[in-house]
Design a protein around this ligand. Structure first.
Ligand code: G1P
Length: 290
């Protein structure tokens, strides 16, 4: 069956960016000129996803507004002949988005469970907003290509420095069935550094079969006393195979301050409008601060 649907959990409080996220949804923090969630939506679109459900919560309405049309603004840009800007604005509405509110967030697993009716009986992808991925083939498409082959759930993983494994879901890999595609013995959420079964961390892109929902419905709270998606996937792996696909592209973690800054600088150094000025400025500044 074709993978057509994506779920983007976006109910988190954004405590790592306070006070900026007191009244502003963290998914709306921009990297140069685009909110972070737009990068995720663009990856979905480029991968051939047709329908996206965003799981939101309090204070997240600006996300809906961002992907809606603004006739006055569009008319104004048309009248002034600003066709490039008009194109950028129009592109944001060129996708089917649905929204559901999670009133009592109880963890990532719980957020994904909100998508049960939207997903129905189809395989689907979950895309977390804290990671922006870059590769020739978008990571979501890479997972979809694996699915065409295996018809099984597949998670994206990436090697991370060993002392950071406790921030992630981590896999206990078995043999590689194909280059870069692992059979998995166990999925562990936020293991202690000395107990982690490997350095292969789950990085926020999941392709899941609909059987995950019956696991989530009966999932007990795990790490941080939250309903963990990783725990439900570990149980799913006991009744049907779940694979891990190793991502070799670039991952930009915008979920913490330094990662957000690094991403802004790197994207700035690639952005046609500001790259030359930014590069000259960084050189000048590092001379001045020496
Ligand atoms: C979530 C998942 C974790 C995964 C991580 C990737 O954790 O629970 O398994 O490794 O995203 O970013 P969070 O970052 O929400 O704590």
């Amino acid at each position: 069956m074709k993978v057509r649907k994506a779920v983007i959990p976006a109910a988190g409080l954004g405590t790592r960016f306070l006070p900026a996220t007191k009244a502003l949804a963290k998914e709306m923090l921009p990297i140069i000129d685009k909110p972070t969630i737009q990068y995720i939506v663009e990856e979905a679109k480029k991968s051939g996803i047709e329908d996206i459900l965003v799981v939101t919560g309090k204070g997240k309405r600006p996300i809906e507004d961002h992907f809606d049309s603004v006739p006055e603004l569009e008319q104004n840009l048309k009248d002034k002949g600003k066709t490039e800007l008009l194109k950028l604005v129009e592109q944001t509405t060129d996708i089917n988005l649905y929204f559901i509110r999670q009133s009592h967030p109880r963890g990532l697993g719980d957020a994904v469970l909100m998508a049960k009716d939207f997903v129905g009986d189809e395989p689907f992808v979950v895309m977390l907003g804290d990671d922006i991925m870059k590769d020739k083939v978008p990571l979501t498409k890479q997972l979809m290509d694996r699915y065409d082959d295996t018809h099984a759930s597949t998670l994206a993983v990436m090697k991370v420095p060993h002392q950071e494994v406790n921030k992630y879901g981590v896999i206990d890999p078995a043999a590689q069935t194909k280059p870069g595609l692992y059979d998995v013995k166990r999925f562990v959420e936020k293991p202690a550094v000395d107990k982690a079964p490997s350095d292969l961390a789950i990085i926020g892109r999941y392709l899941l079969t609909p059987e995950i929902f019956s696991m989530l419905e009966t999932q007990k709270p795990g790490a941080g006393n939250e309903i963990q998606l990783t725990d439900a996937i570990d149980r799913l792996n006991k009744i049907q195979r779940v694979f891990a696909h190793e991502f070799k592209g670039d991952r930009f973690d915008v979920g913490y301050k330094f990662g957000y800054l690094k991403t802004s600088i790197e994207f700035g150094l690639r952005h046609p409008e500001v790259k030359d000025d930014l590069s000259a400025y960084i050189k000048e500044l590092s001379k001045k601060l020496k």
